[in-house]
Ligand binder design. Structure first.
Ligand SMILES: [Fe+2]
Length: 339
């Protein structure tokens, strides 16, 4: 503990020593199967959060070290290697037309269950882009007239519609890709299955809200339910941007320093921040599936000329990576932002 005090009081002079102290602590906690009790992350959590906000070198060094626990060893599963390299993998014609029609049944029932929007809800959606409500453990998100989006979230700890459950939640192949991508020993499944409908907003616009979804480790899979054209709000993205390049670090660290691991308010950026000359557009067909690391730079475009997009999104939240476990452990501290 004396060393800890000495290092933290001189956090720039002793950054290498402090990093080594933290790494030793990480190894100890992991050796005890993530038992944090008595560790520095348990007893000095607020100090560590302050340190990681204040010292970017220690933050990124620790980040890389934690990531090392999930280094995937290439095998012959191409999808996983492509994902590692590009941050996104598109599986064409993954679902058969029969499976797509079954998924569309659950999708249609979900979207039809969205509550009728009242004037009060409409006003709330104008304040915050979306109106949110949870009814009987199902989450509803209704976009404002300027967004043209409806989302119905089925949390898998509760119940999930029949075909969503059969084809998506319990899809061993999709789940195994995510498992391999993060080098997990145990099987995982999505935490949420969401039906989503994008339709034209009141006025079409070309504003592209480039963003990452999360600084924390998170993965999503999107299932396309109808053949698309340019008018159907294609997903846009830049391959390879899931890797944290040197030029991203300042901004991402600031996201962490102000918002913590879940960077909801800070995760949007101007187009010039990413390599928008390399933008790809997902104009896809029914049954195609997009798998992506949520740190990929991406956005949705707006539907136009009466177009619309029907899709399902699988969310793999709270992934049990070392990074998520250690950094979320201290994330409750110092959520002061700059408000
Ligand atoms: Fe997103």
């Amino acid at each position: 503990m004396e060393l800890f005090e000495q290092y933290i009081s001189n956090m720039y002079a002793y950054e290498q020593e402090f990093y080594e102290l933290l790494v030793a602590e990480v190894d100890k906690v992991i050796a005890k199967n993530y038992d944090f009790k008595g560790s520095l992350f348990d007893t000095r959590g607020d100090d560590l959060k302050m340190l990681l906000q204040a010292n970017q070198w220690i933050f990124w060094s620790l980040w890389d070290y934690l990531e090392g626990y999930h280094t995937y060893k290439k095998d012959d599963q191409d999808e996983v290697s492509i994902l590692q390299d590009k941050g996104i993998y598109i599986a064409k014609s993954f679902f058969t037309p029969k499976e797509v029609s079954e998924l569309l049944l659950d999708w249609g029932e979900s979207i039809e269950s969205v509550p009728e929007i009242t004037e009060e809800m409409h006003q709330k959606s104008l304040l915050n882009r979306f109106y949110f409500e949870t009814i009987n453990d199902v989450g509803y998100t209704i976009g404002s007239i300027h967004d043209g989006k409806k989302r119905v979230m089925h949390f898998t700890k509760n119940s999930v519609p029949k075909y969503f459950d059969k084809h998506l939640r319990k899809n061993n192949f999709l789940n195994s890709i995510v498992q391999k991508y993060y080098n997990f020993k145990r099987e995982i499944e999505p935490s949420t299955v969401m039906a989503e409908h994008l339709y034209p907003p009141k006025y079409y616009r070309e504003y592209e809200a480039w963003h990452i979804d999360n600084l924390a480790d998170q993965f999503k899979i999107m299932v396309i339910l109808e053949d698309m054209t340019e008018d159907d709000a294609p997903f846009i993205y830049v391959e390879g941007t899931h890797k944290i390049k040197e030029k991203y670090k300042d901004r991402y660290h600031k996201m962490y320093a102000t918002n913590g691991m879940v960077t909801q308010e800070q995760n949007h950026f101007e187009a010039s921040f990413t390599e928008t000359s390399l933008v790809k557009k997902g104009i896809l067909k029914a049954g195609d599936v997009i798998l992506f690391d949520c740190r990929l730079h991406h956005s949705a475009t707006f539907a136009k000329n009466g177009g619309n997009r029907k899709n399902i999104m699988l969310y793999y939240n709270s992934l049990p990576t070392a990074k998520n476990k250690f950094l979320f452990k201290i994330d409750k501290y110092l959520k002061f932002g700059l408000k």
